[in-house]
Design a protein around this ligand. Structure first.
Ligand code: HCB
Length: 216
């Protein structure tokens, strides 16, 4: 099997909600010499994108999405330890990663956190449905160190909370203590400019590149 076929097989296990098959195909891809990075970006994430589109077209519904998410998790359990080996850490700074309050979509958040960790960031993962108070606590704890806030929001409602996060940091006199990047499907560069954050990124690989740039 060629590399593209291997990646297509990974994609299809996500699209077909094949949890066991996804773990098997992931191991097969690694055995065939595909990197963990390529397996995620060229196979698994492509599958999740298709699933998102099918959901929007009402071709599939929430239970199927949850199964695809489980398949993705099964693959990430195998791939996460390998990402750190592929790109050893260089201590570039701390990334405080989180999903905005009211939002539990964590697939992209976890991908981004994993990629940042693989690119040398120390990760403080606050998880999902994170309040501004919790974010503030972490920024205060790390004040004076190189750090970047990496927030995700998948819903237009939770995305509005990103503006509150920036405002809160300004009010607390901490805006200059931290770089801020936000992402997730509804987030655009226009929104980032409007709320006074520093950057956004299309995907997890791009997020790592942008975060490294913000730290330099
Ligand atoms: Co969910 N859901 N969902 N959902 N869901 C969305 C997000 C909708 C857009 C679907 C739709 O209606 N078209 C929609 C939001 C509509 C809106 O606000 N405009 C929606 C809704 C409405 C809901 C519920 C309210 C449904 C309900 O209960 N009636 C509910 C919300 C509960 C809540 O959060 N309070 C809900 C629940 C679910 C699950 C549980 C079934 C499941 C989540 C499972 C999980 O995450 N553990 C789910 C899913 C999977 C989706 C879709 C189909 C896919 C999201 C996803 O995982 N994408 C999504 C449709 C869509 O997005 N097109 C749908 C794949 C990942 C890899 O992409 O964009 O998250 P990503 O991340 C990328 C990228 O954005 C970037 O890198 C990542 C990796 O490449 N990135 C960053 C992410 N964060 C970044 C941060 C940075 O700084 C930089 C880059």
């Amino acid at each position: 099997m060629g590399n593209q076929e291997i990646l297509d097989k990974l994609r299809d296990t996500i699209v077909n909600q094949d949890i066991a098959g996804c773990a098997v195909a992931t191991q097969e891809a690694l055995d065939a010499g595909v990197s963990a990075f390529d397996a995620i970006n060229g196979g698994l994430s492509v599958g999740m994108k298709i699933i998102g589109e099918k959901f929007e077209e009402a071709v599939i519904f929430l239970p199927q999405i949850m199964m695809s998410a489980k398949a993705m998790n099964a693959a990430m359990e195998i791939l996460t330890p390998l990402l750190a080996e592929e790109k050893p850490g260089e201590g570039v700074g701390t990334a405080i990663t989180f999903v905005q309050e009211g939002d539990i979509h964590d697939i992209g958040h976890r991908l981004v956190s994993t990629m940042l960790g693989a690119n040398g960031f120390k990760i403080v993962d606050l998880g999902v449905d994170v309040s501004n108070d919790k974010i503030l606590d972490e920024v205060v704890k790390l004040k004076g160190q190189k750090m970047v806030l990496v927030g995700s929001a998948l819903m237009t409602t939770s995305m509005l909370g990103q503006k509150d996060t920036v405002e809160m940091l300004k009010e607390e006199g901490l805006r200059d203590a931290v770089k801020i990047m936000f992402g997730g499907a509804p987030v655009s560069q226009g929104w980032i400019d409007e709320i006074g954050a520093d950057a956004t990124a299309e995907n997890a690989a791009d997020a790592s590149r942008v975060a490294l740039e913000l730290m330099s």
